[in-house]
Design a binder for this molecule. Structure first.
Ligand code: NAP
Length: 418
């Protein structure tokens, strides 16, 4: 397609995906759409770009970044929040990196992040949560945290099917529920109503993705996290469909926790993955109290939102935590944190989360050598106590540096290591 505002780099090549073989073809000079995002996006995106390019070049490659917009910049350029050509660029070039986008609370437009995930059918939000040596953490043994969360990205209460209190539509839905569906318990007066769809299709493809990942990466378990004791037909169903995938599609490679205890006395055979389930509130405690026992977690959208942030706190917080959204043959990597508007443009915040999100993108491209360099360089930089304000306030004797100084040091370290 032709682009009105974005410019397709002349020299790069596109990443291709064959739907039949499900294989990607990765050039050494891929075109990668880059969305800076709102707020601190202008700080962390250029920093990440510098570090990622250093790692690409150190391993004989070059990324051709293609700047695209959403949020504030798109309102200025296109007069809308999420221009079709931004969505199209990400769809077309298959791999992309984005910074945070602001979402107004209560009134105003719907989340652009949610819209992007839905429009591109990026159904799995994946966040590897692992400890980097030297990062200050609020817990005693942060190194025990090594989990990967798989959050369903397209349904649940995030589907956006909701009606505002006091509107005609809202009242119609209420009347329908009370008079035709025998719904009870809605208090008198204005009511906001939302719908929570959890489908077999959405659940199974997410759980499949989590199990495939666990098997490929020699993980020990996949835990289905739900609130099925209360929401039986949505969250309970998530658990049941999740077990169905585990039991029907993987033969002996996957066993359930019940089988493990009933037939094998709790002894997990090597090369076998155990699938278990936990109720979400209990799991939020277990993240802290039995951290080392958990591995890959799969859950519906809202549980995933809460739980992945809580897990991120244990390894040092939002400045560190990376993420990526996966669809079929495509990925959109993005940090867990938001746009932190009060720090925007101050060259102050921590770009590590954005850098490590780019690292996930490189792993998706199969650039393991470049990804390792990034991990190593970030770890060395933090271990030398050369850190941004957020880590500096928790580290004794550290040197407080700006976003760009930190990125510069990480990029130099990559060159030294290569
Ligand atoms: P936030 O932007 O993540 O910021 C909350 C706090 O986290 C900041 O005040 C700061 O804490 C710390 N923080 C975040 N990023 C950091 C970084 N890179 N380095 C150091 N510290 C960092 O969360 P929010 O204030 O709840 O949300 C602001 C906006 O972002 C909202 O509009 C929200 O909807 C949006 N959001 C977008 C995404 C996304 O694009 N995927 C995700 C989450 C939120 P201190 O002040 O304590 O230093």
């Amino acid at each position: 397609m032709s682009y009105d505002h974005a410019t397709v780099p002349e020299n790069g090549e596109r990443v291709r995906y064959d739907e039949t073989t499900e294989e990607l073809t990765i050039p050494d000079n891929p075109i990668v759409p880059l969305l800076y995002g709102d707020g601190i996006g202008v700080d962390v995106a250029p920093a990440a770009k510098q570090v990622l390019q250093a790692a690409a070049e150190a391993t004989g490659r070059h990324v051709e970044w293609m700047r695209v917009s959403a949020g504030e910049r798109a309102r200025e350029e296109y007069g809308e929040n999420l221009p079709e050509e931004t969505v199209e660029a990400i769809r077309d070039f298959r791999v992309a990196l984005k910074g945070p986008l602001t979402t107004p609370v209560g009134a105003g437009f719907r989340s652009l992040n949610v819209a992007l995930r839905q429009k591109l059918d990026l159904y799995a939000n994946v966040r590897p949560t692992y400890y980097l040596e030297g990062v200050p953490s609020p817990v005693k043994a942060p190194q025990e945290m090594d989990m990967v969360t798989f959050r369903e990205n397209t349904e649940d209460v995030y589907a956006g099917i909701e009606w505002e209190a006091g509107t005609e539509d809202g009242e119609q839905v209420r009347t329908f529920l009370e008079e035709e569906m025998d719904a009870e318990g809605i208090h008198e007066g204005p009511v906001g109503i939302g719908i929570k769809p959890i489908t077999e299709f959405g659940t199974k493809r997410l759980v499949r993705e989590a199990i495939d990942y666990a098997l490929e990466n020699d993980r020990d378990s996949v835990t289905l996290i739900h609130k099925g004791n209360i929401m039986k037909y949505t969250e309970g169903q998530f658990r049941d469909w999740g077990y169905e995938v585990a039991q029907e599609e993987y033969g002996e490679a996957v066993i359930t926790e019940d089988t493990l205890w009933e037939e094998r006395d709790g002894e997990q055979p090597e090369d076998t993955l155990v699938v278990n389930d936990r109720i979400a509130d209990n799991m939020l405690q277990q993240l802290l109290t039995r951290t080392a026992e958990y591995d890959v977690l799969a859950m519906p959208n809202l549980n995933g939102d809460y739980l992945s942030d809580a897990a991120g706190a244990q390894i040092g917080g939002l400045g560190i935590a990376p993420g990526a959204n996966f669809g079929e043959g495509r990925v959109l990597a993005e940090p867990v944190h938001g746009s932190a508007p009060k720090y925007a443009g101050q060259d102050k915040v921590n770009p590590t989360a954005m850098i490590l999100s780019g690292r996930l993108l490189f792993e998706y491209l199969g650039w393991e050598d470049a990804a390792d360099l990034i991990g190593e360089a970030v770890e060395q930089t933090i271990a030398s106590k050369y850190v941004t304000y957020d880590l500096h306030r928790q580290i004794e004797g550290g040197e407080k540096v700006s976003t760009s100084e930190y990125a510069e040091r990480v990029a130099e370290t990559i060159e030294d290591l290569a």
